[in-house]
Design a protein around this ligand. Sequence first.
Ligand SMILES: Cc1ncc(COP(=O)(O)O)c(C=O)c1O
Length: 393
Amino acid sequence: MRHDPLSYLGKELDSLREQKLFRQLRILDDEQRAHTTVDHKSVVNLSSNNYLGLTTHPRLRAAALKAIEDFGVGTGSVRTIAGTMEIHMELERRLAAFKNVEKVVVFQSGFTANAGTVSAVLTKEDVVISDELNHASIIDGCRLSRATIKVFPHKDVEAARRIIAGLPATQRKLLITDGVFSMDGDLGPLPGLCALAEETGCIMMVDDAHASGVFGRNGRGTVDHFEMHGRVDIQVGTLSKAVGALGGYVAGNANLIDFLYHRARPFLFSTSHPPAVVLACIAALDVLMEEPEIIERLWENTRFFKAGLHDLGFDTGLSESPITPVIAGDGARAMLLSDKLFERGVFAQGIAYPTVARDKARVRTIVTATHTREDLQYALDAFAAFGREIGLI
Ligand SMILES: Cc1ncc(COP(=O)(O)O)c(C=O)c1O
């Protein structure tokens, strides 16, 4: 019999099992909603990025259905060959107006937007100065670019400054941060980083995946929230989280976007969005502009839930957003808490190393606009019961 050359993967998986870190995928039996059915269990869902409930919003659903009627289900080509429809251009124009920038290019996902952009704009002669907790897609983009990667401690603007001071003044530098950090829910220090980028001539880039639709006027993101318009050269947003569909985009000046049209590899070498996704995203922009009360509900729910966890005595880190981690210590403890919550009908994902530091494993909660107060109180009661049982509070 042929030797399985992949048998070493089995050993890696056994090691995960021993550490109680092996996870089966949870299966959603219903739509992506605040209260839904997962693995045949009715749950309060605190695990999705569906911040505004737009995955099932009637206006997005209707737009997607009509798109299929009018344009079919796929585009059959990459954007640069035959896969650009007028609706793709319309979405980019709408996003550019929304973000108040010259131009926008849409990618298949936020991941490819980050990885494709960083790897396109930098070469191996350049340097990236990157927050230690930046998203994996930024890290992969940095690696693909072959630029030198210099990591600064989380949110530490002065440490970033010291790194830059040690670099040749003529070397091209990209200073990059998440707008909202996905595991901790805290905000990148945009005012300090933008000032540093201006003083030192760095390109300034912000990944606003978790801020899109959540922070700023009508969900324009952290650049709007911090009033940093015109001071961030490259803004990445996602259409996959609060916007409810799928995709990522880069917002900036015309040179940047035209360059990415020519050099960003996921844009050049992967088929464009199906029409249903494109028109759902346009409908989502209409909703952000015309129904801002949904964003207000998200923040009311966020304040209620955060205050509840805080009053119970949980360590919730430094979150400033609807993402609230409940720090549990080691990975096994976080997974135990997550499993117990699930049995009680609360779906909140356990997150462990290597996604977060070994001693900072957590159950991550994300509140949405569509949770009811009863949903959130039910979840808080479950957290209280099991938090006490495993000695977290
Ligand atoms: C900070 C951050 N950036 C980018 C992404 C990627 O976005 P998308 O899901 O659209 O690929 C994510 C999603 O996990 C994220 O958390």
